[in-house]
Ligand binder design. Structure first.
Ligand code: SF4
Length: 236
């Protein structure tokens, strides 16, 4: 396995240290934003999240709203029927079980316990739950989306067939304190350089350590992606 620390250093040299939201976003906001972000881009999920926040005084009001109202508000993010159902069910369940719209019940739990609790909700998988841990609870957990799955497997850090398997393999022995920069910079790498087809190996900061073969040297310049990531810009 290539050293995650070494890869992280090379990524930081190329992309810099990603900024974090300060103060960190609320965990429930983060969970809802991550549900909205599934299968769409950050611009659309950002709009959908703001539509929800602007339409209701608080999540309690959203819990009492019709599912169809939520569906209309989040249409821009796609899969609105399923996402509105997941959000409505989550809010109603939190209100019924804990009497308040918050994820405070997760405080004091281990990362594994938090993941186990969150993935019991419809529409919340390992990736979504791990985003709450990293972005809102400041845990050293590296969520694995399609970019992180593709890049870590190409580089040779893991050898797994699915994002969830990559998540467990990657996080089984993850170095302290670098999950946010590593995760965020791998997303930038995947968006700008290590694309699904025709990766830009010639302009890649990892070309000397990456195990992927055959490398592709067609790309001459990497186009910087809009470097705004939804989960570091919730409510901003
Ligand atoms: S060298 Fe090529 S395959 Fe490896 S990470 Fe860079 S772009 Fe991806």
């Amino acid at each position: 396995m290539e050293s995650i620390l070494q890869i992280n250093k090379l990524l930081i040299k190329h992309f810099g240290i990603p900024k974090r939201q300060n103060p960190l976003p609320d965990p429930l906001d983060t969970l809802i934003a991550t549900i909205l972000s599934q299968n769409t881009n950050d611009n659309n999920s950002y709009k959908a999240f703001n539509n929800l926040k602007n339409a209701f005084a608080d999540w309690g009001e959203a819990a009492d709203a019709r599912r169809s109202t939520i569906e209309k508000l989040i249409k821009v993010a796609g899969l609105a029927p399923a996402k509105s159902k997941a959000i409505k069910n989550l809010l109603v369940d939190l209100k019924a079980k804990y009497g308040k719209l918050s994820l405070d019940f997760l405080n004091g739990l281990s990362n594994e316990e938090t993941l186990t609790k969150l993935i019991t909700y419809d529409g919340v998988g390992v990736k979504t739950a791990s985003c709450v841990l990293l972005f809102a609870m400041n845990k050293n957990v590296c969520p694995v989306d399609t970019h992180v799955h593709r890049t870590t497997n190409r580089i040779g850090i893991v050898n797994e067939k699915t994002p969830d398997k990559t998540f467990w393999a990657l996080n089984s022995n993850f170095p302290d304190g670098i999950a946010h920069s590593f995760h965020t910079n791998l997303i930038l790498l995947g968006r700008e350089i290590c694309k699904p087809t025709n990766p830009g190996c010639g302009v890649c900061p990892l070309k000397k350590v990456c195990k992927f073969e055959p490398k592709n040297f067609e790309m001459k310049n990497a186009k910087p992606n809009k470097r705004i990531l939804l989960l570091d810009n919730i409510g901003i």
